[in-house]
Design a protein around this ligand. Structure first.
Ligand code: ATP
Ligand code: MG
Length: 364
């Protein structure tokens, strides 16, 4: 059998910096565990635009469709702010998500013991926290038509459209219920059915999927604004949260702060099963390209490393090896090693991106 295949897209800003640390871990697996990956590396985002005039070359897109998993760093940066919308770095990412049909974005928010007192909340509110936000990723207001800035009388109007079909809601609900069965068996669905038609349909379909096929899972519904409040008030009441594209974006950034830093948060985007039974998948840290710290050796590589761990678990059936990576991260944090974004106490000195990567490899 051929080796599991992985397409690495480092992207822009700190993307390449954190990806360098992941590659060390991939090399470690080859050398020490006899697990070799068939790795190819390519451009995405601003880096691809600079070379090809497009944020995602067709050849790269084709390769992404072939491999077992894509691992992406980050895209974007101030250098590309003035580009036309159609070639903005983010379009490369959106195209990958859309053409691979990665409709389920999994964002775990887990609080490592060593960082519990670093959270923006009191320690007892977050200690032991382990929740999973399942965000719909291929529809909603990010894609709905009409969209644009139009002339209306003698002023302009900016328009986006929130749009969800029953089948889109159905499949994301199923993804959430399936995950819940492997975790705490609890799903909270968030929308704004009080003010949005799409929210009314969302609530109805999620409830129907539950009643028909997942009655064993505990289901609750919450307005997304209340959900945001509950997330910072008492986040441990949740297990799996399922929500739409836009609310999911906001709520998962909110959840990020529960765990300490954007630099800690991995994500997986999953689609329909491929021939081998495993889902099409792309893994990426939740954080962006962080232009403010690019090139300074300050970036925390843990989010990207934990994203690779998710790939081990969901795309390569290597759950034990995923746990091994997560334990190594836990160990270096328990040992007190901190990148600059994780400094909480006086007298702590930060280590660099490279030092953090090396420490995690050593802990492996
Ligand atoms: P995007 O629009 O791509 O989501 P953003 O503008 O929301 O990007 P990020 O690039 O995620 O922002 O950065 C937000 C803040 O978090 C910045 O101050 C950045 O330096 C910090 N940050 C993000 N990722 C990391 C990381 N891996 N390590 C350290 N700090 C980070
Ligand atoms: Mg952001």
């Amino acid at each position: 059998m051929s080796n599991p295949s992985l397409l690495i897209l480092p992207g822009d800003g700190i993307g390449p910096e954190v990806m360098t640390e992941v590659v060390k871990i991939i090399d470690w697996f080859g050398a020490k565990r006899g697990i070799a990956f068939d790795v190819s590396t390519d451009l995405v985002g601003g880096a691809a635009y600079d070379k090809h005039g497009t944020p995602l070359h067709d050849d790269t897109m084709a390769r992404a469709q072939e491999v077992d998993a894509v691992l992406l760093g980050a895209v974007g940066g101030p250098r590309y702010d003035d580009l036309d919308f159609s070639v903005k770095p983010e379009r490369g990412l959106l195209r990958l998500r859309k053409e691979m049909d990665l409709f389920a974005n999994l964002r775990p928010a887990q609080c490592f013991d060593a960082l519990a007192d670093f959270s923006s909340l009191k320690k007892d509110i977050v200690a032991g926290l382990d929740i999973m936000i399942v965000r719909e990723l291929t529809s909603g207001v990010y894609f709905g038509e009409p969209r644009g800035i139009f002339k209306e009388g003698n002023e302009r109007v900016g328009i986006n459209t929130q749009r969800y079909t029953e089948s889109e809601i159905d499949r994301i609900a199923r993804a959430a219920f399936e995950l819940a069965r492997k975790r705490g068996n609890k799903v909270c669905s968030m929308e704004k059915a009080n003010v949005m038609e799409s929210g009314i349909l969302w609530r109805e379909v999620v409830q129907k999927v539950h009643d028909e096929d997942y009655a064993d899972v505990e289901l609750s519904h919450m307005y997304a604004d209340n959900g945001a409040m509950q997330l910072v008030r008492a986040p441990k009441q949740f297990d799996v949260i399922v929500t739409d594209n836009l609310f999911g974006d906001v709520l998962s950034d909110c959840a990020a702060m529960l765990t300490g830093s954007l630099g800690m948060l991995p994500s997986a985007s999953l689609g329909a099963p491929m021939a081998n039974g495993r889902p099409k998948a792309m893994y990426e840290p939740v954080h962006g390209s962080a232009p403010d710290i690019t090139g300074q050796g300050k970036a925390n590589p843990i989010a990207c490393i934990l994203s690779f761990a998710m790939a081990l678990r969901y795309s390569f059936d290597l759950g034990d090896e995923a746990t091994r990576v997560e334990k190594a991260v836990e160990k270096v944090l328990a040992d007190g090693l901190r990148t600059a974004d994780l400094l909480g106490h006086e007298g702590e000195t930060p280590i660099s991106t490279t030092e953090m990567g090396d420490a995690i490899v050593a802990a492996l």
